[in-house]
Design a protein around this ligand. Structure first.
Ligand SMILES: [Zn+2]
Length: 239
């Protein structure tokens, strides 16, 4: 069951109503995704996150931040509303980039402590699943098999070499942008610290069910409900 609304005024995820997003022209170096187009070694751990041994980086607003981890939610956490229709997608992958040495890390509000990308996956029978998604699925199958027993802290991690760009849409030039929080469930419904700069990509990745089934069975995270937008605006960098 998704978690109900938390308190707080700038929580994530949110419903992105495309018709009310505001077009903004960002400088070219506002976000630079420096991930190499190469397979990078890493480990899937018992917390359902894949960690890169040597994290690739992004540059956001002049700050270099490492891609610490990626994980998958089922269904998507964010939704897109176009022409009045709200759509959730089959999966949403999150790329978490902690900002090194953020100002006053303990504060609930303030400058960002993380930059997170959200990318939607859609199951499609005719999809050609990107290679590294298939590789990670295969690595999970080889280690954990078809039963849905998950990794525990005592198990050795699932190791794999994956190209992080395979988990991003081919068209990465367009994004939605807003300020929010991590979406980690809080059983006591306290708000998450509201210090996450979100990039949500409108272009999705199509994958074949058979190419992700072991990966998602062993790693999927429950989605949190979409949270009230309150006084925020969602921006977009395209017209
Ligand atoms: Zn997430």
């Amino acid at each position: 069951m998704p978690e109900p609304y938390a308190n707080g005024s700038q929580q994530s995820p949110i419903k992105i109503d495309v018709s009310t997003t505001l077009p903004v022209v960002y400088p070219l170096d506002y976000l630079v995704v420096d991930y190499p187009n190469a397979e990078l070694a890493g480990q899937l751990l018992a917390d359902d996150n894949f960690y890169f041994d040597v994290p690739p980086t992004i540059q956001y607003n002049g700050v270099t931040a490492p891609l610490q981890r990626i994980h998958i939610h089922h269904k998507s956490e964010h939704s897109l509303v176009t022409e009045g229709n709200e759509v959730f997608f089959d999966y949403e992958i999150h790329f978490v980039h902690p900002i090194p040495n953020p100002i006053d890390q303990t504060s609930e509000t303030g400058p960002s402590t993380n930059v997170v990308f959200g990318v939607f996956f859609k199951i499609s029978a005719n999809a050609t699943t990107p290679k590294s998604i298939r590789s990670l699925n295969e690595a999970v199958r080889a280690r954990l098999g078809a039963n849905k027993v998950r990794l525990t802290k005592n198990d050795p991690p699932v190791t794999a070499n994956i190209n992080p760009l395979d988990f991003m849409p081919k068209n990465r030039s367009q994004f939605f942008r807003y300020e929010g929080s991590l979406t980690t469930p809080n059983k006591d419904q306290t708000p998450n610290p509201e210090r996450v700069s979100w990039f949500v990509y409108p272009h999705l990745i199509e994958v074949a069910q058979g190419d992700v089934e072991f990966l998602v069975a062993h790693t999927e995270e429950s989605p949190r409900y979409t949270q009230p937008l309150n006084r925020r605006f969602v921006l977009r960098n395209f017209s």
